[in-house]
Design a protein around this ligand. Sequence first.
Ligand SMILES: [Zn+2]
Length: 597
Amino acid sequence: MNQGPAKRYHHIIMTTLSELNTCDEAAFVATLHGIYEHSPWIPQRAAAQRPFATIAALKLALQAAVTNATVDEQLGLIRAHPELAGKAAIAGELTQESTSEQAKSGLNQCSAEEYATLHKLNADYNAKFGFPFILAVKGPTGEGLTRDAIIATFTRRLKNQRADEMAECLRQIHRIAEIRLNVLLDVQLEFGPAIMQWAEVIGAWSDADDGLTCSYMTPAHQRTAGQLMEWMREAGMEAHIDAVGNVVGRYLSDRADARTLLIGSHYDTVRDGGKYDGRLGILLPLAIVRHLHARGERLPFHLEVIGFAEEEGVRFKSTFLGSNAITGQFDMTLLDAVDADGVTMRDALAGAGHDVDAIAAIARNPADLLGFVEVHIEQGPVLLEHGLALGVVTAIAGSSRYLVELTGLASHAGTTPMNMRKDAGAAAAEIVLMVEQRCGQGASLVGTVGQLEVPNGSVNVIPGHCKLSLDIRAADDAVRLAAVKDVLDSIAAICARRQVEASLKQVVSASAAPCAPWMMDQLGAAVERSGLPRFDLPSGAGHDAMAMAKVTDVAMLFTRCGNGGISHNRLETMTADDADIAARVLLDFFRSFHQPM
Ligand SMILES: [Zn+2]
């Protein structure tokens, strides 16, 4: 960006990062005074860390000033914000920034009914939490939330606990600041808006009337595949849909001896899922290739973008259909699997025009591959809580799952003394707490009893029978297996002591897929060059990279998941800014990609 005097544009003074880095502290604070509402102490505290290498680093320093502030200072910052469509807004007493943000969402055009709703929400919220509701009304894309979306969010967040809600308000304030900084510094997002827009387009194509459901080989699924292929071609790739429905786009290198770097994720979804789960990992490299193609820039390797047809296992209860075909591990007996309507996978594929005899030929030759990279929304709260847009995945956790049945003795709740009982329910309760306690002892170790039932239980009968599930995961197989052993031993001990019989059935045993350290290092270095710290975390959820790890080195880049980290849900959300920095980091990673010595 040019250096030069601050210029007036759309009533906002614009400046440059180098001006902010070199001006005196008073000018720095004065220029940034409108970024955080009525809180000059924030730029004051960040000023000492100049110079900032990138705008991302500046944003992070401002956020850190808030994070490191006292709770009273944080509350002061929240309370410095006006109510949405509140009295101050109606009276025209807001800052210039707030006025234009609220107007962009049409909050100045509320109907009488909407004003009444917002007025009551404001009052209830303030009474419950003691601070005003904060929402970045420009939303994830910066284009503005609708009034309906604002009211729905307000209503939902009113049910939160106070500490969670205070943290959410601060995150919304950082989002507001990010959007204001973009205007001040005239930041043009190169990739993020297109990625968000594409996700919106295919996110509207669903098997269901309401919400996004895109399961294997349905009309919505086929339409999505066709659209992805079209976008890939428009972006400058050779693209086709293979025999299991994977959408494959190749951006060829001009080097004769080039090998192939694979990148991608899945485009099927769970029932009523999110718009970014899986799809982000296809659309993001698509945006990058479009950019490279427009510049006439080639990479020293072939880049192959794959939209995997199936990962979630919704329709045929079998996961990783797409990536297993790429690795040559597609299980042909699955073609006889039937969906809920009795349709076989074979017929579903034939109906979509696919030739099942061509599936075996999809398998890639590992010798041609440099590795596989997957970008995926985190589907958890870790990056969100750390205030970071990106994380480098260390490993995809392995998992062990069991179904446990406990058999005691059903007897009368009134007549059976406490010391003469064989209570399967009480044994189950003890097991739940034991799993929680044992799995709390390891960095990436997690353990969950997600299903727990007393079949045919009655108020006045001691549970004679109880069923529960057990799910234990860790990034390190030795850690997981040690925990599993301890948990199974403890179940045996608990049941022996209570004279309850336990029968266990293992239903899943999947090894962890560690990411390749050399690829993690190159991704991490690209993250650092963007101005963000490298932050490593394990993936507790399964991903296509897990299947790909059987034939090539893999790496994953996680992006921050908004709304408390919720995914597999229509509330899943992310921002155009996060998509943009993820794309810039990935482009940088491609440009500096090199194989280990
Ligand atoms: Zn996914």
